[in-house]
Design a protein around this ligand. Sequence first.
Ligand code: SF4
Length: 338
Amino acid sequence: MLSVTDVRKYFPIKEGLFIKKEVGRVHAVDGVSLEVRAGETLGIVGESGCGKSTLARCITGLHHVTAGRIEFDGKDIATLDPKAFRRDVQMIFQDPYGSLNPRRRVGSIIADPLKIHRIEGDTRKRVQELMALVGLNPEHYNRFPAEFSGGQRQRIGIARALALNPRLVVCDEPVSALDVSIQAQVINLLTDLQDQLGLTYVFIAHDLSVVRYVSDRVAVMYLGQVVELAVGEDLYKTPRHPYTNALLSAASVADPDLSAKRERIVLMGDVPSPINPPTGCRFHPRCPKARERCVAEMPLLIDSGNGHLTACHFPVQPGEHLTSEHPQIQQQSTEPQL
Ligand code: SF4
């Protein structure tokens, strides 16, 4: 359904009092290629600032890409009629508090897409159907967002995203602002809606356990690039990229005994600046397996079988014990050079 090929999104940094000059670029997304198949959920996971939300905005057409190509149903989205594209591809936003106008009534907020796209018919009836579909009381049509809890507000956002019967929904961290018990309710609602309406999801999160629960395949992003992509269970059982191993070692598990036995892989330092990313493998300043080759040569995303793609010169082998110790290699500066 969706094909992303070598997509790059750079944000210019400008300086100057009267004449603004470009003095650098934030490499938010830098050469991402992936596909989303009809009816599946592709999870995208990574730390804050890894570019996953920027990628989501590129996919939905909210950002123009700097380079690369995004195709929906085999057609470049840059050439599609924006209104027709918007009907098919919708987005659920991260913050259910900031993404709803507090001065407008819920019925009017959910009806927005219907009005903008001039959908004929009984708008109130359709909005109330959508409210019932997402588990809201249709009689609360005239209430304001402040009268709803966080979980209910996210349901309002979901109803608005579904108003035009989209085929692809990009969920940008839809539960990260919610309490854990409410997260479960919203995730169950999203999976039920997928079964009921035949939706395809791109599900973005920084919590690996949430992504594991909802995703058919998972892509791991680091500093604007996809470093590993595999079928969910395959990725969780045999993670091959050192970064994925570190993320999994920090993910919460329900079994307290298992959790106590697990050794946490602690990564060195902070995520480098996307303004001046490290040479070679971008993960090398923090990688416990880094060697000289990693500093000089960027690893390609290579299929090791069953569609398990990894971008690493020295992937983690099954049974290999990865420690937090970092080898002594030439470190790259993580300071932005403007
Ligand atoms: Fe680590 Fe090298 Fe693999 Fe990068 S290429 S993840 S630095 S081992």
